[in-house]
Design a protein around this ligand. Structure first.
Ligand SMILES: NC(=O)c1ccc[n+]([C@@H]2O[C@H](COP(=O)([O-])OP(=O)(O)OC[C@H]3O[C@@H](n4cnc5c(N)ncnc54)[C@H](OP(=O)(O)O)[C@@H]3O)[C@@H](O)[C@H]2O)c1
Length: 364
C-alpha cells in the first residue's frame, strides 16, 4: 500500500482574486499521484488523510495578494485551512499512523504537514470528529480565550456579543450564560434572533439591521460590563456610549471595517480594551478542552453545524459562506447530501439566515 501511487485531488486557487471571489477562482485538480509515505528529506513530516475541512471567513482575505491578516494562498497550490485528519505516516515522534488530529491542513485528499502550527492530537473520540473544526477547534478556542481570559467574567455581569450567531459569537454567549452573566446579542435577521434566544439561551437579542439607533437599542439592555467585539464601526461607537466605567472589551474582530468615532470613551470611562489572535494561545488548548468537554458532556452547550459532502463541493461551500447562496435550509438533525452520517448529539439544525455568513465544513 505504501509504495502504491494514488491520485491526490486538490482544490487550488487559480490566481489571486481582485474583488469578490467567484467559484471559478477555485479549481479541482486531480493530476497528481503520491505514495502514502512521508518522503525522504521531509524530517518531522506528517502525512495525513483529510476527513473534514472547514470553511472560515479569514480564507476570503487569503485569496487576495494584499491579504494583511496572515500569508495569502499561493496560486496553483491547494488552499489551506483548519481540518480534521487521520495520520497515514509520520516522521514526527509525536504522531503515529492511525492518530486523529486537527489543525492546519490542505484542501486535498492527503496532505504532508511539515509546519505543525497547530497540529493537535485528538484524544476524545466520543464526540463527532467534526466538532474539532468548530466547538473543540479554532472558533471554540477563540471564544474561550476572548471571553474567559480577556473578558474575565463574573457572575451577574452584563455582556454584549456582536456577530452573535457566528461560530465564535454563539459560543461566547453560551459561555457567558454558564458563568451566570446576563447576555445580550446582536444579529442580522429574525431567524438568527430567534435562534439565539430560543436555542442558545441569550437573554436579549436585537436585529441590528432593523434598529434606527444602535445606541438606543443597547440602552434598552442595561449598561454593559463586558463587550465581545466582532463588528467594530457604528456598533462599537454605540457600545462605548453604553459601557460602564471600568468595563472590558475583548476585541476579536472588526468585520465592518467602519471608522470609529467614540474611541475617546475608552479613556474617559477607563475601559480596558484588548485585542487578541487565537494562534498565540494554542498552548492553552488542554485547559480549553477540559472546560468545554465538561459542558458538552453535560449537554449544556449547543452548536450549529452545516455540512457539505465531498472535496468537489468545497468551492461552492466556501463561496456560500460569503454570498449566502447556499442558505435557507432549516433541518433538524444532520444536514447531508444523501448519505446517513453519525448524528452529532448536539447539532440542532442549520439556521435559515439571510445575510450569507453561514459556517460550512465539508467531509471527504
Ligand atoms: N482574533 C482571532 O484570533 C479570531 C479568531 C477567529 C475568528 N476571528 C474573526 O472573528 C470574527 C467572528 O468569527 P466567526 O468565525 O464567528 O465569523 P462568522 O461565523 O463568519 O460570523 C461573523 C458574524 O458577523 C456578522 N457580521 C458580518 N458582517 C457584519 C457587519 N458588517 N456588521 C455587523 N455584523 C456583521 C454576521 O452576522 P449577521 O448576519 O448577523 O450580520 C456573522 O454571523 C470574524 O471576523 C473572524 O475573522 C478572529
Amino acid at each position: 500500500m505504501a509504495n502504491q501511487e494514488i491520485v491526490n485531488r486538490k482544490i487550488v486557487l487559480r490566481d489571486y482574486v481582485v474583488g469578490f471571489p467567484k467559484e471559478s477562482d477555485l479549481v479541482l485538480i486531480s493530476n497528481e499521484k503520491i505514495k502514502l509515505v512521508v518522503p525522504e528529506g521531509s524530517e518531522n513530516g506528517v502525512l495525513v488523510k483529510n476527513l473534514y475541512l472547514s470553511c472560515d471567513s479569514f480564507m476570503r482575505d487569503r485569496m487576495s495578494k494584499d491579504c494583511s491578516y496572515i500569508s495569502p494562498f499561493t496560486p496553483g497550490e491547494p488552499l489551506t485551512g483548519y481540518g480534521v485528519a487521520k495520520v497515514v505516516d509520520s516522521r514526527d515522534p509525536e504522531f503515529k499512523a492511525g492518530d486523529l488530529v486537527w489543525g492546519m491542513t490542505g484542501w486535498e485528499d492527503y496532505s504532508l504537514i511539515t509546519r505543525k502550527d497547530p497540529l493537535i492530537k485528538i484524544e476524545h473520540t466520543d464526540v463527532p470528529l467534526s466538532y474539532y473544526t468548530r466547538i473543540l477547534g479554532m472558533p471554540g478556542m477563540t471564544a474561550y480565550i476572548g471571553f474567559m481570559e480577556i473578558g474575565s467574567p463574573k457572575k451577574g455581569e452584563y455582556v454584549f456579543v456582536s456577530g452573535a450567531t457566528g461560530a465564535v459569537g454563539q459560543l461566547v454567549g453560551q459561555f457567558a450564560k454558564l458563568m451566570g452573566c446576563y447576555v445580550v446579542g446582536s444579529a442580522g435577521s429574525k431567524e438568527k434572533v430567534d435562534l439565539l434566544k430560543n436555542e442558545f439561551g441569550f437573554d436579549e437579542v436585537f436585529n441590528y439591521k432593523e434598529e434606527q439607533n444602535l445606541e438606543a437599542a443597547l440602552k434598552r439592555h442595561h449598561f454593559l460590563v463586558i463587550y465581545f467585539e466582532n463588528v467594530g464601526g457604528k456598533m462599537l461607537d454605540a457600545v462605548l456610549l453604553n459601557m460602564r466605567n471600568h468595563g472590558r472589551i475583548a476585541a476579536c474582530s472588526m468585520i465592518s471595517q467602519e471608522h470609529v468615532q467614540n474611541l475617546i470613551l475608552v479613556v474617559t470611562k477607563s475601559i480596558r480594551m484588548e485585542g487578541f489572535v487565537v494562534f498565540n494561545y494554542y498552548q492553552r488548548y488542554q485547559e480549553f478542552l477540559e472546560f468545554t468537554m465538561k459542558y458538552i458532556k453535560e449537554g449544556k452547550i449547543k452548536f450549529v453545524e452545516d455540512k457539505a459532502e465531498g472535496l468537489e463541493s468545497g468551492p461552492a461551500a466556501l463561496l456560500g459562506l460569503f454570498t449566502g447562496r447556499n442558505i435557507g435550509k432549516q433541518i433538524y438533525g444532520t444536514y447531508e447530501f444523501g448519505k446517513p452520517f453519525v448524528v452529532p448529539l448536539l447539532t440542532l439544525f442549520s439556521p435559515s439566515v439571510s445575510s450569507g455568513r453561514m459556517r460550512y465544513y465539508f467531509l471527504l
